[in-house]
Design a protein around this ligand. Structure first.
Ligand SMILES: O=C(O)c1cc(C(=O)O)c2c(n1)C(=O)C(=O)c1cc(C(=O)O)[nH]c1-2
Ligand SMILES: [Ca+2]
Length: 698
């Protein structure tokens, strides 16, 4: 079917939430208003459902005619009676645990798509699966990565974004640009799974046609913007399409948010020359053919992981006395962009968070005036960037309310020290061309860094391109946003508290202790005349995995993954919580300090990205200091070398790390356990047994 009114006319059915942003404009706005400023005092938990994966939950649930579809970590899908929470079916694509290491950022999933009685989900191992929405039975599945896109192990692909469907075509991209990847988006027939088109976002290294929709723009325009001999010719250049794919029925265009360069190091990637199209760009293509229509590059010469994959929305705005149909975008690079939706014409850009990599954006061309020192790979000198690699805004959905005229942005500040280190591309693991050293374990340094970590809900007036108000959060990495016809804005936070704010002034009107950090966006729907608010709780994603304990600066949180659903006069209650997390265990007494020293660097290179800087867990994956496997050299080798825990997502390293390196990592972990055990125990000597205050981040 080339039409499904459930999706294409979603604006006529406010009880539903049938596509990622509810309607094709992706405003994450629900017109429902039963829950409003007057009734908010009666908002209570109506039902909840525990998930079977305690890792980051980033899914936007869908609701179609009283059935709620949620996707969870490891690309699983669950269908519920949306009024009662009764589980109707669940689907597990059985993603191999060993594929976790192919992704930069937790085995998350950001949601499903609905079309003509089917649910579509992308799996972490890159399948696109169509399920019967009634029964959960698989209708078809296809592998979305063509074999020739891999280049040995130098390239990596994972799929964690939500597919989108327009005109009977299901569109999906993938992640992987932190390893090596050549980005693309593919369109499949929703009924059969047949590939209709593919659009690559970076050129073919021989500048030959790929026999893909992207051939002409790549060979005639993009190829010329790359240094012909850079490392991109092996890595693929990056430009992965890991999140935003937005169809606009008004223009009949699909807006594709394109990711960062691979490796990050621009000197290494492209000899330090060229803008490297289509990195850091929005590209507009046709849904039926993938044909190129326009592009706008937000970040030329990317070397900061400044992806343009962040959620995109469309709306009508009066600008300069004239109504315009526009795109609104707050990419990682810190500027809020307004583009003409039909032509891609640049209209304006203003910083929505502190920015130091560019002085400004040219008001006519939209080109950033890049600060010379920010080109760290060219200068060869370290650069402290604002925003950092995690962006002024990441995957968390923003929302727009036409009633207030405001865009609500889940914004943040996480500075990044970019230290160039153009090593040859590795066969496994991150290939950034920068140093992966974390912070020293010095409380003063850590405290200084933590003071720079910030999170805000920013209410932004796109007409004036300025902030109207903000809500200060304890720290970054908070959930996405929902605005409603009740003039409320809902957001879950990193510290596990779910809030409703007054959409006109940010007053905090509702708080609920969700027992786990929230990074997903809420939705709203209605069944039998009752309005509900639903959100997935589950702390994770890249921030706590990579930064470890430092990521808990908003407050101590442990992962309890579940779906929470609220309504007026709800009567459900969460069970008593266990907030203790991974408890310190007396470490082995013997350590080889020389080996432990060598182990630090190995740990930061191979283990840190999931288990946290300096071996302190961020509350999601096991804290390795207290692992039982530390006590025995062979047991540890079986886990790290031979893959005893691959089913849980822990890969095997014996293909790249010799035994002595793995043993050095073990010694480093024992040393870290010995050094930190006393302070970890002390931090828990309080009635709750939960680390308090300074100890959370020390
Ligand atoms: O370049 C890429 O291919 C890529 C992929 C992904 C991903 O697949 O989730 C992320 C990023 N980059 C990224 O830069 C980033 O900050 C990020 C955060 C997250 C997350 O889910 O927590 N994923 C990703
Ligand atoms: Ca990236």
């Amino acid at each position: 079917a080339t039409d499904d009114p459930v999706v294409t006319q979603a604006d006529r059915s406010p009880q539903n939430w049938p596509t990622n942003g509810r309607t094709y404009d992706e405003q994450h706005y629900s017109p429902l208003s039963q829950i409003n400023k007057d009734t908010i005092g009666r908002l209570k938990l109506a039902w909840f459902s525990d998930f079977d994966t305690n890792r980051g939950q980033e899914g936007t649930p869908l609701v179609v005619d009283g059935i709620l579809y949620a996707t969870t970590n490891w690309s699983k899908v669950r269908a519920y009676d949306a009024a009662t929470g009764r589980l109707l079916w669940s689907y597990d694509p059985e993603v191999p645990g060993a594929s976790a290491v192919r992704g930069c950022c937790d085995t998350v999933n950001r949601g499903a798509a609905y079309w003509n009685g089917k649910i579509f989900v992308g799996t972490f191992d890159n399948r696109l699966v169509a399920l019967d929405a009634k029964t959960g039975r698989k209708v078809w599945d296809v592998q979305t990565i063509p074999k020739d896109s891999w280049l040995g192990d130098i390239r990596s692909y994972v799929t964690d974004g939500a597919p989108r469907v327009a005109k009977g075509v299901v569109m999906i991209g993938n992640g992987g640009a932190e390893f090596g990847a050549r980005g693309f988006i593919s369109g499949f027939d929703a009924e059969t799974g047949a590939l209709k088109w593919r659009f690559f976002t970076t050129p073919n290294r021989a500048n030959q046609p790929d026999h893909a929709a992207s051939d002409t723009p790549l060979t005639t325009m993009a190829y010329q913007s790359w240094g012909p001999n850079g490392a991109w010719t092996h890595s693929g250049g990056g430009g992965t399409v890991w999140d935003a794919i937005v169809y606009d029925p008004r223009t009949d265009l699909v807006y594709v948010g394109v990711g960062n360069g691979s490796p990050w190091n621009y000197k290494q990637r492209s000899d330090g020359v060229g803008d490297n199209l289509f990195l850091g760009s929005i590209v507009a293509i046709r849904p039926e053919t993938g044909e190129y229509v326009w592009h706008f590059q937000e970040t030329p010469q990317d070397q900061w992981d400044y992806t343009s994959t962040q959620p995109i929305m469309t709306t009508d705005l009066e600008i300069g006395g004239r109504m315009r149909h526009v795109l609104l975008h707050a990419p990682k690079n810190g500027f809020f962009y307004i583009l003409d939706a039909k032509t891609g014409q640049f209209l304006s850009a203003k910083p929505y968070v502190p920015v130091n990599w560019a002085r400004s954006v040219d008001p006519l061309t939209g080109r950033p005036d890049i600060v010379p020192d920010a080109l760290y790979s060219v200068t060869g000198k370290p650069w402290a960037g604002l925003p950092g690699d995690l962006g002024g805004h990441n995957f968390a959905a923003m929302s727009y309310s036409a009633r207030t005229g405001l865009v609500y942005i889940p914004a943040q500040q996480i500075p990044m020290m970019y230290v160039p280190d153009p090593q040859p591309l590795k066969q496994k693991g991150l290939n950034l061309g920068i140093s992966m050293q974390g912070l020293p374990d010095d409380p003063a340094v850590r405290d200084g860094f933590i003071k720079t970590l910030k999170g805000w809900l920013i209410a932004w007036d796109p007409k004036q391109q300025k902030e109207i108000f903000r809500v200060d959060h304890g720290g970054p990495w908070n959930g996405g946003l929902l605005a409603t016809g009740g003039d409320l804005v809902f957001q879950g936070l990193a510290n596990g508290v779910f809030h409703a704010y007054d959409a006109t002034n940010g007053a905090d009107l509702f708080r609920f202790n969700a027992q786990s950090g929230i990074i997903a966006p809420p939705i709203s729907y209605q069944v039998n005349g009752r309005q509900y608010i639903a959100v997935e709780a589950g702390w994770g994603g890249i921030y706590p995995l990579l930064l470890g304990r430092t990521a808990l600066s908003s407050g101590w949180t442990v992962n309890h993954s579940r779906l929470l659903v609220f309504a007026l006069d709800g009567t459900a209650r969460l069970p008593a919580q266990n907030d203790k997390g991974f408890l310190p265990v007396q470490p082995p007494s013997h350590v080889d300090t020389r080996q432990a020293g060598a182990g630090y660097e190995l740990y930061e290179n191979f283990c840190q990205a999931c288990h946290g800087d300096n071996a302190q867990s961020g509350g999601v994956l096991p804290d390795l200091r207290w692992s039982g496997a530390l006590r025995d050299r062979t047991a540890f080798y079986n886990v790290v070398g031979r893959g005893a825990l691959t089913a849980y997502g822990m890969t095997r390293f014996d293909d790249i790390l010799p035994r002595r390196d793995i043993e050095a990592i073990r010694q480093f972990l024992i040393k870290r356990a010995q050094d930190t055990y006393p302070r970890e125990v002390a931090a828990r000597s309080n009635p709750q047994g939960i680390p308090q205050g300074h100890a959370i981040t020390e």
